[in-house]
Write a protein that binds this ligand. Structure first.
Ligand code: PLP
Length: 467
């Protein structure tokens, strides 16, 4: 065995102890760490011949990179939709690395990981109040979850025309409707060979909600003269957390032949609270659903899952069957994740989720979700009451979309945001909403409190006074 490797193996206890202490220090100091960092790192181009061992490498990493790691996992990182990691999810994630299992192995063949994954999916279905007629699995993020679901939708569409797109390639234009698809959906359609230009944009309802105009959709459907189609809907848009009308769409499902996909990457979490659950009612009849775990569930990256109705299991295995993995008869009879999703080898992504769900339960997640909504509203009130800022849209759920007051200040919005992010006290994202430059703050981190909002609003006022 190589000398450095041998030394590291002998000293594994010391190595892990040092890392543990460093990890604790990071987590304890998280609130004081900058939310963004100005970097000027020289990127190495060569690798040393002889290694320096684990401990020296840690020192090297600390000197070169550690100070520049920002607190995106902390309470004042409101950019994109960024969650943190609960303590139990960190335990589960560490153990995932230690055990280093490969979840491609078939259920019941010596490796337990697929069983843990199936159990975790059941826990999630229970958390979200969804029926257990879905088959689910873990992928890296909502983008890959959308990809997985839409890949099965593609196969379904082919089947309606008597074609097998997985084998033959796509030979027909696929009818796809959506009103407010997330950029990752468009990307998925590009990757799937469906073509992102093939989305037909639906009208949204009048008023300030951006959800599909159902009457308009019905007109579109009748123009298809009975042809099948794929409907991509939103369970929480990123700018304003708008939901399509799932009850109305569930009704359409009784009448028309279409694949219904819901991107509920973070909006699914409304189901954790009795107060907000109504936003999703009807969603249980969808064919496929995308939900992210590294956002509002607050587990480490990379973690999301897909749900596809179990009745589509043949379509799903036709899409993902690994050619050298035999499956005979019922794909669930000889179940292997290998035949149900894009990846072959995967880490045991379910474990951090399993730990966090068991550790905090339904009530724990209800509290995380309701807290995020409360802090969003508290921040929204500040924006509403302050003369220098104004809301671009009413605060819905956990996202605040705002801008600087006054037409004459529109050109200053992004500059203001850059300066604000440069303080290192907070991080928010730029956005365009109905043609106006805006700033978006999304709250999903379990740690965020009103104190954090107060720290940020103070910085905002300080900055606006000096501009
Ligand atoms: C974040 C998000 C995605 C993409 O998720 P990743 O985990 O970054 O791949 C897709 N859809 C919605 C609605 C999202 O909020």
């Amino acid at each position: 065995m190589n000398k450095q490797l041998k030394t590291d193996l002998l000293n594994i206890e010391d190595l892990l102890e040092v890392v543990k202490l460093q990890g604790i220090d990071f987590l304890v100091q998280l609130s004081n760490r900058s939310t963004s960092t100005k970097q000027n790192v020289k990127i190495d181009e060569t690798l040393n011949d002889v290694g320096i061992g684990g401990l020296n490498t840690l020192k090297l990493f600390n000197d070169k990179f550690e100070k520049l790691i920002n607190s995106s996992t902390g309470p004042r990182y409101w950019g994109f939709v960024t969650g943190g990691s609960t303590p139990a999810s960190i335990i589960g994630d560490w153990l995932t690395t230690i055990y280093d299992q490969n979840t491609k192995t078939a259920k019941g063949q010596g490796d337990l990981s697929a069983t843990i994954e199936l159990e975790t999916i059941n826990l999630l279905l229970d958390l979200f109040n969804l029926p257990n007629d879905f088959l689910g699995g873990f992928v890296t993020g909502a983008t890959m979850s959308n990809f997985t679901c839409l890949a099965v939708a593609r196969q379904w569409f082919g089947k309606q025309l008597g074609k097998d797109f997985a084998k033959e390639g796509i030979t027909e234009k696929i009818n796809i409707f959506s009103a407010t698809p997330h950029s990752s959906t468009i990307k998925s359609l590009s990757m799937l060979g469906v073509g992102s230009n093939n989305i037909e944009n639906l009208k949204v309802t009048k008023g300030n909600r951006e959800s599909i105009d159902i009457e308009y959709l019905k007109q579109k459907i009748s123009a298809l003269n009975g042809q099948p189609f794929v409907l991509i809907t939103s369970g929480g848009t990123v700018n304003t957390v708008d939901y399509d009308d799932f009850e109305a769409i569930a009704k359409l499902k009784e009448e028309y032949n279409f694949w219904w996909h819901i991107d509920a990457a973070f909006g699914a979490f409304a189901a954790c609270s009795p107060k907000y659950r109504y936003l999703l009612s009807g969603w249980e009849t969808a064919d496929s659903i995308t939900i992210d775990c590294h956002k509002w569930l607050n587990v480490p990256y990379e973690n999301a899952f897909f749900l596809v109705k179990e009745k589509h299991k043949i379509l799903q295995t036709e899409t993902f069957q690994n050619s050298n993995a035999p499956y005979l008869g019922d794909p669930l009879g000889n179940f292997s994740y290998l035949n149900f999703l894009p990846e072959n080898s995967r880490r045991l992504k379910a474990l951090p989720v399993w730990f966090s769900l068991k550790a905090y339960g339904k009530k724990g997640y209800q509290d995380i979700v309701e807290n995020a909504i409360e802090v969003a509203n508290y921040f929204g009130q500040f924006i509403e009451n302050n003369e220098y800022f104004e809301l671009l849209a009413p605060v819905r759920l956990n996202t605040v979309c705002f801008t600087l007051s006054g037409e004459e200040n529109q050109h200053k919005v992004f500059n203001f945001l850059t300066n604000l992010n440069d303080t290192g006290k907070v991080f928010m994202s730029p956005t365009l909403y109905k043609g106006q430059k805006g700033i978006r703050a999304a709250f999903v981190n379990w740690r965020t409190s009103n104190d954090d909002i107060n720290i940020v609003t103070k910085e905002m006022i300080k900055l606006i006074m000096t501009e």
